[in-house]
Design a protein around this ligand. Structure first.
Ligand code: PXP
Length: 256
């Protein structure tokens, strides 16, 4: 499917579903568990299959430069087997961009990446990396891949995202998720709400994610105009206790 067709499909889906965000399940931490023993279990591809069969609207996987969880072979098999949409989280490193161009996921979400971090710490700084991001977006779009930029809920980054050629952004919900008291939670919630409205007025498709769990997701899901919520860690943690199918269904229920 060429890029324009994919974007039109997303726009139509956005119109149909403007009340309830979709759920993208990030399966990185299934691969983190596999990595603990360096073997072949649990298989992330099976996890993707279960998530989809329980209603996940997309499967998200991050191929890190240090390959700490997902491997290239996972991406190739996911590309063959995912029936919904495959969203590849990735940095702008040339090696990873070349792999993305070969795998051709439905969507690529550009994220900042530092070797030492435990998880993606902040949003991309589009302003300081404008040229590199612009070149990366052009390369990916040429392969028919829809490109999203993971940014902090900040007007200058939203403006820059539009300017650099993105049609889609993902707002970092980490500050809201990690807020230690109700006042801070309200402040960061409002920041996200304002950013969603601002970005939508600019014509961007808006996703959100990071740090969302069974306790904090409902409030974010009620913000009108969010296309998709991308959630990983909390779902995989819950899956260890109650099973992946139930963990995904429960998250879907909270979102809707
Ligand atoms: N969105 C992006 C861009 C991410 O980097 C991550 C973490 O891999 C997530 C969403 C999911 O975050 P969490 O695992 O905290 O739900």
């Amino acid at each position: 499917m060429v890029n324009e067709e994919r974007e039109n499909k997303l726009k139509i889906e956005t119109k149909k579903n403007n009340k309830m965000p979709k759920l993208g399940v990030n399966i990185d931490h299934v691969a983190t568990l596999r990595q603990a023993r360096g073997g072949i279990e649990p298989e992330p591809v099976f996890a993707a299959f279960i998530c989809e069969s329980c209603g996940a609207n997309s499967i998200v996987a991050h191929l890190r430069e240090d390959r700490r969880h997902m491997k290239e072979r996972d991406l190739y098999i996911l590309k063959e087997t995912v029936k919904s949409r495959l969203n590849l989280e990735m940095s702008t490193s040339t090696e990873i961009v070349d792999i993305a161009c070969k795998v051709k996921p439905d969507q690529a979400t550009l994220v900042p990446e530092k070797r030492q971090e435990i998880t993606t710490e902040g949003g991309l700084d589009i302003l300081s990396n404008f040229k590199k991001i612009k070149i990366t977006i052009a390369k990916l779009k040429k392969q028919g891949i829809v490109v999203s930029l993971f940014i902090d809920p900040d007007k200058s980054q939203i403006d820059a995202s539009k300017k650099v050629g993105a049609n889609m952004i993902e707002l970092h919900t980490g500050r809201y998720a990690n807020a230690k008291n109700p006042t801070a939670k309200d402040k960061y919630f409002k920041e996200i709400q304002d950013a969603v409205n601002y970005a939508r007025k600019k014509g961007l498709i808006v996703n959100a994610g990071h740090g969302l769990d069974y306790y904090n997701v409902s409030r974010i899901a009620q913000i009108e105009g969010i296309e998709e919520l991308n959630i990983g860690y909390s779902i995989v943690c819950r899956a260890v206790l109650v099973g992946l199918d139930r963990a995904v269904r429960e998250m879907q229920t909270l979102i809707s």
